[in-house]
Design a protein around this ligand. Structure first.
Ligand code: ADP
Ligand code: MG
Length: 393
């Protein structure tokens, strides 16, 4: 059952469209699961239009279920005072498929990458909210990772008259503050900073690919190595971040200009225990057993959104890994996934607050251009170069 009432919205939070900033924030509401669709199903999100949604819309005379127990609406309102309107760069209903999400989120990143800027895509949300579905999808509805890479190769073919390309991919997992290569399981890996390529993972296998078919095999192989199967919505799997990275090296034939860019696509750990404290600018506070990386990501995003000079990248593995992929040098897309059901009331509310805080990252983008003859001769190719870095250890 969905809310259809016309009661005016009592409280509107000031929002911005995100235009002009380097981060686009998208919310995706997944379809209710069979369990949620039971007799007591109660929808806590109402989509107004492509940009606007209301969390916990007030409906007089509607029975309201909180954790499956019918509540008197007045009691809930006294407790939480919700009925909040949120504006995002885009809001997707349960009817959207992965292609719709791709078309309006990561598709436009490809041109940005080709111009030599780093890009990152996060899927955020509680366990079971649809993060992995958005990233990987399934046979009849491939996820945005596949669609983005297919687009990248399409664009590469179109540009291949004018530039030489090299593409290397890595796939890793950040789990319990350690980095593991998903394509070559072994001991934990360390992070390093490289003058040209930014943050790199020492010892990780970089796979050169030149068409998207090969990528599908790699991702499939990597997913088998995740700490838990990606669709297994248990506490363990919800604490690992899967990070797929694409290193691009382009040589513009006419000018010999070299452009480097990196795309990071991150299937974040479940947010259920890393809830934000609020949208009023307060720092995220750490509770027991909170995922350190998710908390640190929230703090970095807060600092960037507030325009602060100090951004605490060093507070976790994930934020250290993504230091060159957040803020200044990067175009970012955050996709916040939520369930429509009152069973996920707190998770959805916390996710929307986190997503609100992620908006408004303002910074100057900087192209990664290496443009000297010395560099041209020196940087033989991307994969060799990254591998050489790894061997220096
Ligand atoms: P998460 O990775 O956030 O823990 P999943 O992506 O594994 O969540 O989604 C949980 C379940 O819901 C899975 O069975 C998944 O197939 C299903 N699901 C999630 N989003 C959608 C969607 N948009 N359409 C159809 N099924 C979905
Ligand atoms: Mg998942």
């Amino acid at each position: 059952r969905s809310f259809t009432g016309t009661r005016p919205i009592s409280r509107v939070r000031p929002t911005s469209s995100g235009k002009g900033g380097n981060i686009r924030v998208i919310v995706r509401v997944r379809p209710p699961s069979n369990r949620e669709q039971g007799e007591n199903f109660s929808n806590v999100v109402k989509i107004i239009d492509d940009n606007t949604m209301v969390f916990d819309p007030k409906e007089e005379n509607e029975p309201f279920f909180y954790h499956g127990v019918q509540q008197r609406h007045r009691d809930i309102m006294k407790r939480a005072n919700k009925d909040l309107q949120f504006t995002f760069d885009r809001v997707f209903s349960h009817e959207a498929n992965n292609n719709d999400v791709f078309e309006c989120t990561t598709k436009e990143l490809i041109k940005t990458l080709m111009n030599g800027y780093n890009c990152s895509v996060f899927v955020y949300g509680a366990t079971g909210a649809g993060k992995t579905h958005t990233m990987l999808g399934r046979g009849d509805d491939p996820g945005i990772t596949f669609q983005t890479m297919t687009e990248l190769f399409k664009e590469k073919d179109e540009l291949s008259q004018d530039r030489h390309f090299e593409i290397g991919v890595t796939y890793l997992e950040v789990y319990n503050e350690t980095v593991q290569d998903l394509l070559n399981p072994g001991p934990a890996l360390e992070l390093r900073e490289n003058g040209q390529y930014g943050v790199i993972v020492a010892g990780i296998q970089v796979h050169r690919i030149d068409k998207s078919e090969k990528l599908f095999d790699l991702l499939e192989q990597g997913n088998k190595n995740r700490t838990q199967h990606p669709t297994d919505a248990n506490a363990e799997s919800s604490r690992s971040h899967a990070v797929f990275q694409v290193y691009l090296r382009m040589k513009i034939i006419s000018t010999n200009e070299i452009r480097l860019a990196k795309l990071s696509m991150i299937d974040l750990a479940g947010s259920e225990r890393g809830a934000a404290t609020g949208y009023s600018g307060a720092r995220f506070t750490e509770g027991a057993n909170i995922n350190k990386s998710l908390l640190a990501l929230g703090n970095c995003i807060n600092s960037l959104a507030d325009g602060q000079r100090y951004v605490p990248y060093r507070d976790s593995k994930l934020t250290r890994l993504l230091k060159d992929s957040l803020g200044g040098n990067c175009q970012t897309v955050m996709i916040a996934n939520v369930s429509p059901s009152s069973l996920s009331y707190e998770d959805t509310y916390n996710t929307l607050k986190y997503a609100m805080r992620a908006k408004n990252i303002k910074s100057n983008m900087k192209k990664n251009i290496v443009n000297s003859d010395r560099n041209l001769n020196h940087y033989v190719n991307l994969v060799d170069e990254l591998t050489k870095e790894n061997e220096k250890l």
